[in-house]
Design a protein around this ligand. Structure first.
Ligand SMILES: Nc1nc2c(ncn2[C@@H]2O[C@H](COP(=O)(O)OP(=O)(O)OP(=O)(O)O)[C@@H](O)[C@H]2O)c(=O)[nH]1
Ligand SMILES: [Mg+2]
Length: 302
């Protein structure tokens, strides 16, 4: 039997639906999703099988004009993911069309090695009418030579099968890169931290989600099959700590409950989750925080 395997980088503007597509392809939630931009911070790999092909999806942080050190490190991680992949899929949002951000990603694509296969996936087609899609497909293909264009809805599952089959055929001959039953290659402690960060992002407003990070400090397996997980939420200011805790600790309690429930389901056993909020004014400039997130601190150098 000839087997195939390779890496597929999903790139696009923040909020394009890259993580939603990763999860849809894998058939499980390996990457967190929110309605807010800049949810994904590092490269997250999700593994899917299609016939004799193993597809390793590399979900990347969104591409945008970076301002802070963290932004720069995220954008560098995204382009790094693209440069290393066998196939790149550029996701754009059907209802937003060719934004300034999309234009600048197209410019960036021209700097990649010429032989790279790049496909276009127009996502969120559930939000527009068909004629608009045809015009958008044409306009995008005039700007860049895409190997194929797919029209999909990552959320509703439209067009996903087609894309998966095409990707499976594009993969190079190779032994499988992961055991057949593995769906992600993120350490569990990191997945657990991401789940808590998702709940924080969903619940907190404005800039706050961008100014915090979550780390799993301790993971203790218990004899009864349950596990105790201790996490720290780093915030940059005293005021932020108050907001995360909420009136009488109600906010943190709700976040903790939501995260614990998802972790319990994900792991299939009881989880005891303990969250602690720490003020660390300078965490956005600390190398250790970046390595915990799976980012390269030096990529953030201006
Ligand atoms: N209507 C619609 N919404 C979608 C679709 N795919 C994703 N979304 C929504 O778009 C939002 C962003 O999705 P994500 O998957 O987090 O987007 P992302 O590209 O990973 O975003 P970043 O990690 O911030 O770069 C979420 O609210 C999703 O539910 C789709 O096909 N249709
Ligand atoms: Mg994402």
């Amino acid at each position: 039997m000839t087997t195939r395997a390779g890496f597929i980088a999903l790139i696009g503007e923040p909020n394009a639906g890259k993580s939603t597509l990763t999860n849809a392809m894998v058939g499980a939630k390996v990457s967190i999703v929110t309605h807010k931009v800049q949810t994904t911070r590092a490269r997250i790999r999700g593994v899917a099988m299609e016939g004799d092909s193993q597809l390793v999806f590399v979900d990347t942080p969104g591409l945008f004009k970076p301002r802070r050190r963290l932004d720069r490190a995220m954008v560098a991680a995204a382009w790094g993911g693209a440069a290393d992949a066998d196939v790149i899929v550029l996701l754009i949002e059907a209802h937003r069309g060719i934004t300034e951000g999309v234009e600048s990603i197209l410019e960036g694509l021209k700097d990649l090695p010429r032989n790279r296969t790049v496909a276009l996936a127009i996502n969120k087609i559930d939000r527009v009418e068909a004629p608009a899609l045809l015009a958008l497909t044409q306009a995008m293909n005039e700007r860049y030579e895409f190997a194929r264009t797919f029209m999909i809805s990552a959320e509703k599952g439209y067009g996903i099968e087609d894309l998966r089959h095409w990707l499976a055929d594009e993969m190079p001959e190779s032994p499988w890169l992961y055991p057949e039953d593995q769906i992600a290659d993120l350490p569990m402690r990191m997945i657990a931290a991401e789940i808590t960060r998702e709940k924080l992002t969903l619940r907190l407003h404005q800039e706050l989600p961008y100014q915090l990070t979550v780390e799993t400090e301790n993971w203790e397996e218990r004899k009864d099959g349950s596990a105790r997980i201790d996490q720290v939420i780093y915030v940059a200011r005293d005021g932020h700590k108050g907001i995360v805790l909420g009136h009488k600790g109600e906010t943190i309690k709700a976040i903790s409950k939501a995260a614990r429930e998802e972790l319990t389901e994900f792991l299939g056993r009881p989880i005891h989750l303990f969250l602690q909020v720490k003020v660390r004014e300078n965490w956005l400039e600390e190398a250790e925080r970046y390595s915990e997130m799976g980012l390269d601190f030096r990529d953030g150098n201006a």
